[in-house]
Design a protein around this ligand. Structure first.
Ligand SMILES: Cc1ncc(COP(=O)(O)OP(=O)(O)O)c(N)n1
Ligand SMILES: Cc1nc(C(=O)O)sc1CCOP(=O)(O)O
Ligand SMILES: [Mg+2]
Length: 213
């Protein structure tokens, strides 16, 4: 099962990235995506190895952004690929059978293309403007989400992404979106993970671990 909350990492250095990943894990994140830009592949691999160690310690899933070969090398739980990244079909051939592949979509057509390529989840965005990523396509908002999920009848999880805060969750879930990926709102305050999990009715790993339910 794909967790309903994905924390997309950020940080202005490798050290800050790893600190944020550790904070996300201690705050109950079930899944962390390592998103690190403007570093060499060699440096990305080093950070990915450290991120794998941290996440494994907390039994938190790890998704590698962009680099499917690194996802295989560090035995991450999967890879996230955007429209200008490697093709999911090629990544699938390279990865272990248990590794998951997520893909970015901005339109209904993108979603259909990804479903044909048998990805495990779709991340549909941007929900609203965000400073976390440059050169975003037009925002979809609640109406855009409803228009796409109404047509797209699929059992594949569709996550919302882009400028999402805790205040948006309830309305987003009513559109047919089943989970969310968040960077800024969580990085500003890691205690928000607990609130997001409650709003999403997602299991908080820490709570599960101690309640025997
Ligand atoms: C969960 C999630 N959704 C969307 C993206 C964006 O991927 P992409 O379009 O490849 O852009 P970059 O993140 O690589 O800049 C994502 N990473 N994660
Ligand atoms: C990485 C990313 N991809 C997006 C897309 O729409 O494809 S929006 C986005 C940024 C998500 O971070 P925040 O929660 O800080 O807006
Ligand atoms: Mg990418």
């Amino acid at each position: 099962m794909i967790p309903k909350l994905h924390y997309i990492s950020q940080g202005s250095s490798s050290e800050e990235q790893l600190e944020n990943i550790q904070k996300a894990c201690t705050s109950g994140a079930e899944l962390v995506q390592l998103r690190l830009k403007n570093v060499s592949e060699k440096n990305f691999l080093k950070v990915a190895e450290a991120a794998r160690e941290i996440t494994s310690h907390f039994q938190t899933r790890l998704i590698i952004n962009d680099y499917y070969k690194i996802a295989k090398e560090v035995k991450a739980d999967g890879v996230h690929l955007g429209k200008t990244d490697s093709c999911p079909t090629i990544a699938r051939k390279h990865l272990y059978s248990w590794q998951i592949i997520g893909g970015t979509a901005n339109t209904l057509q993108d979603c259909e293309t990804l479903l044909d390529k048998q990805i495990n989840y779709i991340s549909l965005g941007p929900f609203r403007e965000t400073t976390t990523k440059d050169k975003l396509p037009p925002v979809l908002g609640l109406n855009g989400y409803t228009a796409i999920t109404d047509v797209l009848k699929t059992g594949t999880p569709i996550l919302g992404v882009g400028g999402i805060t805790t205040e948006d969750v309830t309305a987003i879930l009513k559109t047919g979106i089943s989970g969310i990926a968040v960077s800024g709102d969580i990085t500003r305050d890691f205690s928000k993970i607990r609130t997001f999990n409650q709003l999403l009715n997602a299991s908080s790993t820490a709570e599960q671990r101690y309640t025997f339910e």
